[in-house]
Design a protein around this ligand. Structure first.
Ligand SMILES: C[S@@+](CC[C@H](N)C(=O)[O-])C[C@H]1O[C@@H](n2cnc3c(N)ncnc32)[C@H](O)[C@@H]1O
Length: 208
């Protein structure tokens, strides 16, 4: 671990797993599409791709992607969240670890897609964003995709204010050797516009 507490842990005390899972169960029961992130990623993938769900939480996205035929590894630093993932999908790979030290986990690199959904990036520990993006980029194969979804204002975050701008995030990606490919306002592909408060971004690790 980096020694610094991530913002998610500051908010939840590391005890939010069951309540987080109940929240999504309620949304699904009331008819909401809770698979937007997985559907978005699946549309970018060829069959049986390797996916790293970075900050996988309760595993809700990696479980859906596995149902769609992909090989998913989930990493999260919150054991209460991972406990839900392990219970719901015991046969899948779930690793307790800090994304700022992803290389410590000994993962086989060459993932086709690395996902950081559900505000993982803004909820990292302060000062670790560029390091984490570098670690996520290093896990990709040449030509692989980094997919992120993040709030950019208080209305789209569980925080009083956004800890980063989209320009800062793009700088971290450029510093990690990633190229911007597409950006949307939602997981269902609404057009992105500055000031909209949310960004779904796809960056690629150049091939060759
Ligand atoms: C709001 S939850 C989103 C979980 C999941 N991606 C989803 O969309 O349901 C944010 C997650 O990021 C994780 N996280 C934050 N900083 C992390 C870090 N440095 N390493 C690993 N996971 C981290 C938290 O533990 C938490 O599970």
């Amino acid at each position: 671990m980096t020694g610094q507490r991530d913002r998610w842990a500051e908010l939840t005390g590391g005890q939010a797993g069951e309540e987080y899972a109940r929240r999504f169960a309620r949304l699904a029961a009331s008819g909401h599409d809770v698979h937007g992130e997985a559907s978005f990623c699946a549309a970018l993938l060829t069959p049986a791709s390797r996916v790293l769900d970075a900050g996988c939480g309760t595993g809700r996205i990696a479980i859906r992607l596995a149902e769609l035929g992909h090989h998913c590894t989930g990493v999260d630093v919150d054991s209460s969240m991972l406990a839900v993932a392990r219970r719901e999908a015991p046969a899948q790979d779930w690793l307790l670890g800090d994304l700022a030290r992803l290389d410590d986990l000994g993962l086989e690199p060459g993932f086709d897609l690395v996902l950081a959904a559900g505000n993982v990036i803004p909820l990292l520990a302060p000062g670790t964003g560029a390091t984490v993006v570098g670690q996520l980029a290093a896990a990709l194969r040449p030509g692989g995709l980094l997919v992120t979804g993040m709030g950019l204002d208080a209305a789209h975050l569980p925080l009083d204010e956004a800890p980063l701008t989209i320009a800062e995030f793009d700088q971290w990606c450029a510093g990690a050797g990633l190229t911007p490919r597409e950006r949307w306002a939602t997981w269902s592909g609404d057009p992105y516009h500055d000031g909209g408060g949310y960004a779904v971004s796809v960056h690629t690790r150049p091939a060759g």
